[in-house]
Write a protein that binds this ligand. Structure first.
Ligand SMILES: [Zn+2]
Length: 423
């Protein structure tokens, strides 16, 4: 058992409100799981090793529910270009470069250090179609102590020009990665990662649905991002019509834990199905605003229907994996939406929930300080952003949320262990 003391301990077991403890103790057992939070330390906890964070704030660490590892070098670049130009000038050349070991080693290392910097102890990472680059990411992640779901992107149809890989190669290399990395360690696992239906053949979709079922692996896929791809799916599958129906048909929609990325044009039926089957809707607000490719689905529309939701950075569609920024963007965006549509803007506790427990659903007992959850945590120091020594815990946190940066994070923990800078 280990006892942590902090000036404020806060988390969101439910999205509607923060649960806040002042001057409290959080006890973690030897498996790295939370035993309880106490405002007065029980006698039975007295003799255990103790760490004191003084007046600092202890929160669950962040979960980035969507990022493209190959694109991290492009974060922040070219958002004033038209989308097709951005793809040709930045995205595709970077994807090509990611096949080179000299590049993918640096890029993968950079991704892990960025996640460390911003307190993202759990990342859901879609790699490129390249086997070697994806394998390297698994190897580098293993040494970091941080958690991730990683998948080689599968994409074998030339719907938008040329095919990224052949069907045979896609299946063979996915199979090799699953054999080597799936279900091998508790903190890193393989995620079946179809790019999206338009660039995946029936044979590949069928293989992926089957692989997810046989190996019981989670599924990460883009869906219904814009009118064009929705139309491609409708024409190719005239009886199934929607992404939801097609994914479900191939065993890729809720049969194992599933995250639908973007899903800007989800129908009411699709949202209902997602709610019923616990399929996570991942919104990437910075990506939506940086690229402006399609209007985003109002988060409230999904939340009101009971769809579990999460937030993603979607680098390099989005420009940062700083989850403080992603949360603020989600809140700002929802406020703008509320001016034009009948949806209430997100509250701070809702945004925080989406960046912690929301995406944490894809991992084991992650994103909250409830008993039995893993101690995945960040220690925040607001001394740099607050000259007024605010006392109210929520005000202190909001100051960091809006005005802070990575320098406010002084300690990071993943599954009970302190995580040092991954060199
Ligand atoms: Zn994406």
């Amino acid at each position: 058992m280990h006892v942590y003391h902090a000036g404020v301990i806060m988390h969101t077991p439910v999205k509607e409100q923060f649960e806040i403890y002042e001057n409290a103790y959080l006890c973690v057992d030897d498996e790295g799981k939370i035993e309880g939070i106490y405002e007065r330390l029980p006698e039975r906890m007295e003799g255990f090793e103790r760490t004191d964070f003084g007046n600092r704030i202890l929160i669950p660490s962040f979960v980035d529910a969507h990022i493209h590892s190959s694109q991290i070098a492009n974060a922040g670049l070219g958002y004033d270009m038209p989308f097709p130009t951005w793809l040709v000038k930045l995205t595709y050349p970077t994807e090509e470069k990611y096949k080179n070991p000299d590049n993918y080693r640096i890029i993968n290392k950079h991704l892990i250090s960025e996640y460390w910097k911003y307190g993202v102890m759990h990342g859901v990472v879609m790699s490129s179609t390249d086997y070697e680059a994806t394998a390297d990411l698994f190897e580098q992640y293993r040494n970091s102590g941080m958690s991730a779901l990683i998948g080689k992107m599968n994409s074998d149809l030339p719907t938008y020009g040329t095919a990224a890989e052949s069907t045979e190669q896609s299946i063979r290399e996915t199979e090799r990665l699953i054999e080597k990395y799936a279900n091998k360690t508790p903190h890193i696992n393989y995620a079946i990662s179809p790019e999206f239906i338009p660039t995946c053949s029936d044979e590949l979709l069928e293989y992926m649905g089957n692989a997810a079922k046989v190996h019981r692996l989670p599924i990460i896929t883009h869906a219904a991002e814009g009118a064009e791809d929705v139309e491609i799916v409708r024409k190719r599958f005239p009886t199934l019509k929607t992404y939801g129906n097609v994914l479900r048909h191939f065993g890729l929609f809720g049969q194992t834990p599933t995250a639908g990325i973007h899903y800007n044009l989800a129908t009411d039926e699709e949202l209902e199905y997602m709610a019923k089957n616990g399929i996570i809707y991942v919104q990437c607000p910075n990506s939506g605003m940086d690229m402006g490719t399609e209007r985003l689905l109002p988060l409230r529309r999904a939340m009101d229907r009971g769809v579990p939701c999460a937030l993603g950075s979607d680098i390099a569609g989005g420009h940062t994996c700083n989850m403080f920024r992603v949360m603020v963007s989600a809140m700002q965006l929802s406020r703008i939406v509320s001016l034009y549509e009948p949806y209430e803007p997100l509250t701070t506790s809702e945004a925080f929930y989406l960046a912690t427990k929301g995406g944490g659903r894809l991992f084991e007992k992650t994103g909250s300080f409830e008993t039995g959850y893993f101690f995945n945590a960040l220690v925040l120091d607001d001394a740099l952003v607050d000259p007024f020594a605010l006392e109210d815990p929520l005000n202190r946190f909001q100051k960091i949320l809006y005005k802070g940066d990575s320098s406010c994070i002084t300690e990071r923990f993943c599954r009970g262990k302190k995580i040092e800078y991954p060199i």
